[in-house]
Design a protein around this ligand. Structure first.
Ligand code: NAG
Ligand code: NAG
Ligand code: NAG
Ligand code: NAG
Ligand code: NAG
Ligand code: NAG
Ligand code: NAG
Ligand code: NAG
Length: 794
């Protein structure tokens, strides 16, 4: 029992060991050395040995073993009092496998409760498996219960709440799941609650606040989510470890006597509260790998007891300076991957004394990899914007990239700094690298800025959530990155020019490809004006939509209005959907199944544009040439009606207002996308490209009449390259939905959900049919419905 707790922090170990030894001492003091065990309890211990499948640690237990008088050691301890076992500690071999199939946790617990005076029960690494039986509550004296490193699963039995004397509950490294129940708040004497490495989920109950004795709350490596409830009433809490969960929202509210605080690998996305400067006992602070934003608290470096400080992998801003001081005891500091600027404090540069990392910031330091200053400025922009209000007189038209870095001193003074980098505008045909100037400006201070910063931070995290697409998270790009990626907008990178601006292909340093839309802004507008557009664009991320990866603003120097916006999208390499239908030279056309698959993708993309984002995007003017296909033949919509583009067209005229009129108009517009979808579907079925609406009408009428005919008639109107390889049922379904989509009366067109349902039905019958026809192929006795089918099936 010497190394009782996992926590390495000295004060922690001190307090906890001290505490535990006190408990044990009380128990031990009352133990006489020549205790004789009741025979029924000796029987029970041997039964336990049998149920545990005779583990090596119990190999010394023989018939006639005097259990109460064996020498305790680190893996086996039995303590008796008045002929009863009061402590049973069995620690098996690390990594012990699960007990055999015929083990039953329920009967094991039934046996255990025959030791009714147990106060300490530790059963670690013994291969216990199954749900924890509620019968355990019959051990009503239990004070310490430790079943770490087993294979227990299921929810916590509510009977645990009857264990009123329970002080230490350790269930680490099992497979428990479900929420941490409200009744946890009834275990009023609980001092240690450790549930590390399980599969608990849901939010933490507010009732945790009742646990006034709690010193250690360790919930790391679970799936807990939502905000952490206010825990500031836990006045004895010394260790809070929430590492690797899915907690989000604000920094937890805690008592300032905390010693160890670990929040790393969650989804917190607030600022760091200045109260943290008052945590006078804090030794270990780890908030790494979250989305914390706003100013880094310099005061953390000088907390009186701080030893370990890790803020890596956040978006903390601020300017460090050489003469910043640090606590002498500080031995580990990791500041890497934030948005810090300035220079590394001298007190951190002594590498012998401390382990210090600060790579991937924008510090003036050579020995650890740093980003260009513009990177931090641009990233900071993404989480908060201070409008460049003061106009500056400057004759030449220059461009400014705007960024902010805020910093606080001692949690009292909040100083925002705006960096204005000036570049010349000739990005289109740059010859020589323009001179860069840096101006540091004192921003207006105050909490107004701070709260704005947090609101803006929200959308970034929101879009990061959708990162499951295998795409990098949405972010701001620096102008340098855009220029480098496009070779200074070289003509070889040029893809197309539309009414709103040019499209370029770009390649990042690591080889990943981008599509960059370059929008020239004619009317003088501040960055702020565009932020709500950017917010919407950042949400445009879906498997069947060419997804947004980021943006970059380029501004005029003289009034800091926006000159150009670059929208960065994923690059979709394999051409338009049309090129896969009309069988261009050198390219196979899609099979019937693949065609159905592409239309399902397209419909899902439309559904996302209508309902997956708020406000939805309607009337997207969908054309088959704007549907792109990636290397896995996934169809992606590349044209959508961004309000930003609409606004640019209407530039000069009034901004559209989001009034109710518009909303009514939109519900009808909904059906224009359905019509456009019908046109695309018609081309996919017939294999014929259309040049005009009247052509569409003609082919639609042909399709409609052949639909009524027999199997052969129907097939005659289908693209010859798939004609033989489609099931009649799937063909009929596709034709039907196509004709309905092309209805002249918008209200008679089907909803996108209806469309999707029909397409999926068509895919299913096609699949079943394909399976059928293939399995019957080799069998001479089965009727060969379509003898030559297999020729055209991939
Ligand atoms: C609980 O078991 C673990 C083994 O996983 C051990 O490290 C720890 O010291 C035990 N704690 C108590 C209080 O018995
Ligand atoms: C489990 O089965 C093994 C043999 O298959 C047997 O030796 C053992 O006694 C059984 N254990 C229990 C708890 O029934
Ligand atoms: C503890 O004692 C038991 C027998 O009493 C023995 O089997 C076991 O190996 C011992 N463990 C250690 C770590 O000494
Ligand atoms: C909690 O502990 C105190 C003192 O340690 C004790 O008096 C009290 O009975 C305990 N409460 C319960 C419910 O056991
Ligand atoms: C917790 O996990 C279970 C499955 O293990 C799931 O059914 C339940 O919805 C989850 N609860 C929350 C709040 O995520
Ligand atoms: C910024 O503010 C400080 C003190 O408030 C002042 O000394 C300094 O001159 C200001 N800097 C600029 C560029 O205005
Ligand atoms: C390339 O770098 C960008 C960041 O600059 C990153 O998001 C992307 O995932 C990287 N791609 C590859 C293929 O490594
Ligand atoms: C898609 O395009 C890439 C690059 O242009 C090419 O290497 C790949 O073969 C194409 N995939 C298909 C399925 O045509």
């Amino acid at each position: 029992m010497s190394c009782v707790f996992y926590y390495r922090d000295r004060a922690m170990a001190r307090t906890l060991n001290g505490y535990l030894f006190l408990v044990l001492a009380i128990i031990l003091l009352s133990v006489g050395p020549t205790e004789q065990l009741q025979s029924s309890q000796a029987e029970t211990l041997r039964r336990i040995q049998y149920l545990l499948d005779n583990p090596p640690v119990l190999s010394g237990w023989k018939d006639g073993t005097d259990f109460c008088n064996t020498e305790p050691n680190s893996s086996l301890t039995i303590v008796c009092y008045e002929e009863s076992v009061t402590q049973l500690i069995i620690i098996g071999e690390n990594g012990a496998p699960a007990l055999p199939q015929n083990f039953s946790m329920d009967s094991f617990v039934t046996t255990l409760v025959k030791l009714p005076n147990l106060k300490v029960l530790t059963l670690v690494s013994l291969g216990l498996w199954g749900p924890l039986s509620g019968k355990i509550a019959r051990l009503s004296s239990l004070e310490i219960f430790n079943v770490s490193s087993n294979f227990l699963y299921g929810a916590l039995p509510h009977e645990l709440s009857f264990l009123k004397s329970l002080q230490t509950l350790i269930l680490d490294k099992n497979m428990f799941s479900g929420p941490l129940p409200d009744w946890t708040g009834k275990l009023l004497n609980l001092t240690v609650l450790s549930l590390r490495q399980n599969s608990f989920n849901g939010s933490l109950p507010d009732a945790l606040n009742n646990l006034e004795s709690l010193r250690v709350l360790s919930l790391s490596h679970n799936h807990f989510s939502d905000e952490v409830p206010d825990l500031s009433s836990l006045r004895n809490l010394q260790v809070l470890d929430l590492e690797d969960n899915a907690f989000e929202g604000q920094f937890p509210k805690l008592d300032n006597r905390l010693v160890t605080l670990i929040l790393s690998k969650n989804k917190f996305r607030s600022g760091i509260p200045s109260e943290l400067s008052s945590y006078y006992q804090l030794e270990h602070l780890d908030i790494s790998f979250n989305s914390f934003v706003g100013p880094f608290l310099h005061s953390l470096l000088v907390l009186p007891t701080i030893i370990y400080l890790n803020i890596a992998g956040n978006k903390l801003t601020g300017m460090l300076s050489e003469n910043q001081s640090c606590n002498d005891e500080l031995t580990f500091v990791d500041l890497s991957s934030n948005l810090l600027t300035g220079s590394l404090p001298d007190c951190l540069s002594d590498s012998k004394k401390r382990d210090v990392s600060y790579a991937k910031n924008c510090l003036a330091a050579e020995d650890q990899d740093q980003q260009p200053l513009s990177f931090c400025r641009n990233e900071a922009l993404a989480v908060g914007i201070v409008p460049g209000q003061k106009k500056r007189k400057q004759a030449t038209k220059t461009v400014l990239a705007l960024g902010i870095v805020g910093g606080t001193l001692g949690g009292i003074l909040l100083v925002g700094l705006i960096f204005l980098a000036i570049r010349r505008t000739n990005a289109r045909k740059p010859k020589k690298s323009p001179p860069t100037r840096l101006i540091t400006e004192n921003a207006s201070t105050g909490s107004g800025y701070t709260s704005k910063l947090f609101t803006d931070a929200r959308y970034i995290s929101q879009s990061m959530k959708l990162g499951a697409l295998g795409l990098p998270p949405y972010r701001t790009y620096s102008l340098e990155e855009i220029e480098e990626a496009t070779g200074n907008f070289d003509t070889s990178a040029f893809i197309s020019e539309g009414s709103h601006g040019q499209m370029y292909r770009g390649q990042l340093k690591n080889g990943s490809l981008l599509a960059i839309k370059c929008l020239k802004i004619k009317k003088s507008q501040s960055i702020q004006h565009f932020m709500h557009h950017i917010e919407l664009i950042s949400k445009l991320r879906h498997r069947h939509v060419v997804s947004a990866l980021g943006h970059c603003f380029e501004c005029y120097w003289d009034d800091s209005s926006v000159s150009r916006i670059f929208l960065v999208f994923e690059y979709v390499p394999n051409g338009t959907l049309r090129s896969w239908i009309s069988g261009r030279r050198g390219r196979q056309s899609l099979t019937w199944s693949q065609r159905i698959g592409a239309t399902i993708g397209l419909a899902k993309g439309i559904q996302f544009l209508h309902t997956g984002i708020v406000p939805g995007l309607y009337s997207n003017n969908l054309k088959i040439t704007d549907i792109l296909v990636d290397q896995n033949l996934v169809a992606k919509i590349s044209s959508y009606s961004l309000p930003l583009l609409a606004e640019m067209v209407k530039e000069g005229s009034k901004m559209p207002s989001g009034g109710s009129k518009e909303i009514i108009a939109r519900t009808n517009q909904d059906k224009t996308d359905i019509y456009d979808f019908g046109v695309i579907l018609l081309e996919i079925i017939s294999g014929r490209p259309f040049k005009s609406n009247s052509e569409v009408d003609v082919v639609k009428d042909q399709l409609q009449s052949s639909m009524m005919g027999d199997d052969t008639t129907r097939r005659s109107s289908v693209d010859s390259s798939v004609r033989r390889a489609c099931s009649d049922q799937s063909l009929r379904t596709m034709m039907e939905i196509c004709v309905r989509c092309l209805n002249k009366e918008p209200t008679d067109r089907p909803s996108i959900e209806d469309v999707l349902w029909n397409l999926q039905f068509a895919a299913q019958v096609q699949d079943a049919w394909r399976g059928d026809s293939q399995s019957s192929e080799g069998s001479p006795t089965s009727p060969s419905r379509q003898p030559s089918l297999h020729l055209s099936i991939g």
